[in-house]
Design a protein. Structure first.
Length: 283
């Protein structure tokens, strides 16, 4: 039985991946936080694995104090560094390594794909750059390495569960004027993308995990209102989120327009291509 090792296996995406791979006949091992801090415990978990999937990281939607920024950084970079260092010492190295990043690495002034070289220069973007740099060191170990830059993952849980309550109550609305880009992916397509890249051993490098048709916060708001048959006339002022989340409000008040060029070029077929199909299915 092939072994898949997952960090962050208890999170929304990690738990869905674990279930999906177990049902497909894989042995799935979740890496605990304590294992990451102990090389002697970590190495046996990784040794001989078919794929290592790195999803570990503190939640990005929070108040970004200096202390929390440190947690955001170390929970990603130190975890990834620990995995690569442990894989280096494995007797039988993993065949593939898939690490996570985010579309927050891009600027917000136009539409972007994986071949964009001019990236943003703020805390979130630089966090993603350092995260990817650590993960790509696995290439030097002759381990096939891929980076998945996530858009907002839409499913029964996760981000959608946090945003849907006010809409059900009829008090949902845009964030600010709603013009900020919103790149997303349905959880079913995300799971399919993992299988797609794992099954084709020629695939490596950077992949945007986003639906082919990005939308805006306004488009998301209207899709939710239509599916729930609720009004969407009460916008959330940006200054309110700034007060609550400080710099962390940028995740909600800003956004990137991103397309999955590499997946599409390799023949990946999305089941949910736009926000209307995604929300209609989930809501």
């Amino acid at each position: 039985m092939k072994k898949i090792v997952i960090t962050g296996a208890s999170g929304f995406v990690g738990s869905m991946l674990k279930k999906e791979f177990q049902e497909s006949g894989y042995e799935v091992i979740g890496v605990k936080r304590a294992d990451l801090d102990d090389r002697e415990k970590l190495m046996p978990l990784l040794d001989g694995s078919f794929v290592v999937i790195n999803l570990a990281g503190a939640t990005i939607i929070n108040r970004w104090s200096d202390a929390y920024k440190h947690i955001l950084y170390t929970s990603r970079i130190d975890t990834t560094k620990a995995l690569v260092e442990a894989m280096k010492e494995c007797k039988v190295k993993p065949k593939s390594f898939i690490s996570t990043s985010a579309v927050g690495i891009y600027k917000n002034d136009r539409n972007y794909n994986e071949e964009t070289l001019e990236l943003a220069d703020d805390f979130l973007a630089n966090l993603c750059k350092d995260w990817e740099e650590e993960a790509l060191k696995a290439n030097s170990l002759e381990i096939r390495t891929a980076i998945f830059r996530f858009g907002i993952v839409m499913g029964q849980g996760g981000a959608l569960a946090k945003m849907i309550t006010p809409f059900r109550l009829g008090i949902g609305g845009t964030i600010g004027d709603g013009s900020q880009a919103f790149s997303f992916i349905h959880i079913e397509d995300l799971l399919k993308a993992y299988k797609f890249v794992i099954d084709d051993e020629s695939l490596h490098g950077i992949f945007n995990l986003t639906a082919p048709t990005p939308t805006t916060n306004y488009g998301l708001t209207k899709a939710l209102g239509k599916s729930l048959h609720r009004p969407t006339i009460l916008p959330i002022p940006q200054f309110v989120l700034n007060i609550i989340l400080s710099e962390g409000a940028k995740v909600l008040t800003d956004g990137q327009s991103v397309v999955p060029k590499h997946l599409l070029e390799k023949g990946f077929k999305f089941k949910f291509e736009n926000i209307e199909e995604t929300i209609e299915n989930l809501v």
